[in-house]
Design a protein. Structure first.
Lengths: 189, 189
DNA sequence: CGTCTATTTGAATGTACTCAAAAGCGGTGG
DNA sequence: CCACCGCTTTTGAGTACATTCAAATAGACG
């Protein structure tokens, strides 16, 4: 049951069985159906999520009511609103499910306590955030230096499986273009 | 001398005098003149920098030879290529000085040792990276949802002092537009 | 089946870019 | 101290990538 989760942690830290036990027993589990929300912009983000099955999206709804997807989190990825979670202030982002999704979660207060009990977790989340940061940097650069068509092709290459599972509307929002324009790009392939 | 540096750390962790001493004695110090480089794309980024005076820029040079500035680091900010530093693999980014700049730095190996000796540093850099991550997210969103003019106005509002110190060419690169177009935007104001 | 949302297609528009040339500015050497 | 060189900024004209609006078509779900 916790296989994927523990393997994910093992990528960056090696926990003793006791530590793993300690961690796992504080883990929440929830399954939500497609489109169900885990976080609404305006709320405080109290949890960090690990996707065991399915796919989440983290997005911002701008003043015009247009969504901008900041990231997808398929199986084996983490999702949270880092800004809101780490400061426990209201969130500018929302999180929902792109398809039926099963997530583990850790509560803010529990995690803060765990940081003390299991200091390796501090390390784990430092590394996790660093990785997320550098992925975001790459996306930022690609957004600035590549055309929409190039970005779409990179997306398909990088996430071949995801493309099947996610609506074009969402892919367009992730790429930072309109669904209409994405539809035209697809003709060219 | 270490005032600004220690105050910066104190924002997120409180070190004992012994811990502060331990940290500070491993700190390097270097002053570089405008345009001098601290990191060249293609090298491994072995240091994390703290800007005590002046201003650094972290940027990527794309296949066309065009620079894309990912961040400025004026006094009291940190700079590194997170991806390269944390993995100790070759860097896709370069770092140089926008004006005469004085930086403290920590070496990768030293920092890894310090993480063990002073675990609070693990926490500090976790929080630092989380903050950086959420700043980058905001920039990503603003890049997708705002026009160049709006982004320029936001930049001026957010970094009023920086605008004076940095060339338009660099501001344009940061905003993700051409210097030519920035020049036109400035007429409108 | 009917309704609602997602995708496609067409036409007109706008934002930002390229290329080119001129003007401004700063540093360096005579 | 001035003249010159190189780099930055401005300005003009033409262009391209991506958008908006509108309408038609296709798909998904109750």
């Amino acid at each position: 049951m916790y296989d994927l989760f523990l393997k994910n942690l093992a990528m960056h830290v090696s926990l003793s069985p006791a530590e793993a036990e300690q961690l796992v027993k504080h883990l929440g589990l929830v399954t939500i159906r497609s489109r169900a929300k885990l976080l609404n912009a305006g709320e405080v983000c109290r949890k960090v999520y690990f996707v065991n099955k399915g796919c989440l999206r983290v997005y911002h709804t701008d003043s015009e009511g247009i969504d901008h997807i900041i990231s997808f989190s398929p199986e084996n990825w983490w999702a949270t609103d880092v800004a809101s979670f780490s400061s426990q202030k209201v969130s500018k982002f929302s999180i929902d499910a792109v398809e039926e999704t099963e997530v583990f979660y850790l509560d803010y207060n529990i995690l803060e306590r765990l940081y003390i009990q299991v200091p390796k977790l501090e390390r784990f989340f430092r590394i996790l955030t660093q990785n997320g940061y550098s992925i975001l940097q790459r996306r930022m650069i690609s957004h600035k230096s590549k055309s929409a068509l190039q970005r779409y092709r990179m997306f398909k290459k990088q996430y071949p499986k995801l493309e099947q599972r996610i609506s074009q509307k969402h892919i367009a929002s992730f790429l930072g273009i309109t669904p209409v324009f994405l539809s035209r790009l697809r003709q060219l392939t």
